[in-house]
Ligand binder design. Sequence first.
Ligand code: ATP
Length: 364
Amino acid sequence: MSGISLEGVTKRYPGGVLAVKGVDIDIESGEFVTLVGPSGCGKTTTLRMIAGFETPTDGTVGIDGENVTDAPPYERDTGMVFQDFALFPHMTIDQNVAYGMEAAGEYTDEEIDARVAEMLELVELPDVGDRTPDQLSGGQQQRIALARALAPKPKALLLDEPLASLDKKLREQMQVELRRIQQEIGITTVFVTHNQEEALTMSDRLAVMNDGRFEQIGPPEEVYDDPDSRFVADFLGTANIFDGTVASVEDGYATVDCPDVTLQSTNPAGVEAGTEVSVVVRPERFRLRDASTDGGVGLDADGTNVFEGEVTFKRHLGSSVEFRLETDGGREIVVVRRSGLDELEPGDRTTVAIDAEDCRLVEA
Ligand code: ATP
């Protein structure tokens, strides 16, 4: 097994589109890394440069410690799965899975038969070898596409939106399945998706892309809880974002003046009074508070951020409940509580509080 490294990788397409702007990442052997970002941000182009279907305009691509920047796809030992599965319709499932090994010309018939059976076992479809792709469901075809990519024992698995065409339930099932198979064989995997939930639930690390650059690379919980930028906070999950200006900085805490509220936040190094910032608050971090404690909106006596307002909306999300609160200043705040702690109803007035430590400060 082997790692993948990108150094200063840039892609300008003929015609002038600068799709990828000098990205760097070291992906460890056996790691599952997801490239996630909005449509057109350069995810597929980056993946295709790893696979060898596109050549970088600048920078280097390394696989297993070897510089493969100019190597054609067949010399890179990667297996790729596409959104549309791309199975060969006129071939049986056995023939589809055997295809890469046959093409390599390095294996005996016995080796190929054994490996095909092993791969069909791995994707839990041991009995479909004699069928053709049109005799399988969408989810089954996707498993076969995975088996076909893995059969020649590639050094890395490259997945371009492989679950996007499946319905929600099947997609969730395949997320678990794909991760199980990846962990079982320990293969280095790069997964492309624009689906933020998929990125957060499946990856060891994710690289959030925006406009051809990596905005942030890190484990899902870190990128979610501690976003580096307003873009990352907004793109991944739901965020309450308060734009304002730092009024003062003291003992690692910043006081931030926003148009409707003053907030206190933990302050990352380098942010000074006068800096324009965004304060990011995840909906799960709010606490409910007895409205009689302090009241009002903004900082209370012990420096906790409080908001008073009216519940305008409530919806159940399964194990949690989402509320929307309209503050007296006219701001909508999203609060998520565990089911069972959902005593509020639309029309109720309430006070919610958030600690400075749960207010993340990012540059605007
Ligand atoms: P999506 O999620 O919509 O697939 P993406 O993040 O994968 O988007 P890319 O497909 O990598 O984005 O495209 C990045 C940019 O490069 C876009 O502006 C796109 O229009 C442009 N682009 C992609 N392929 C080509 C091409 N062959 N020639 C010219 N421009 C291209």
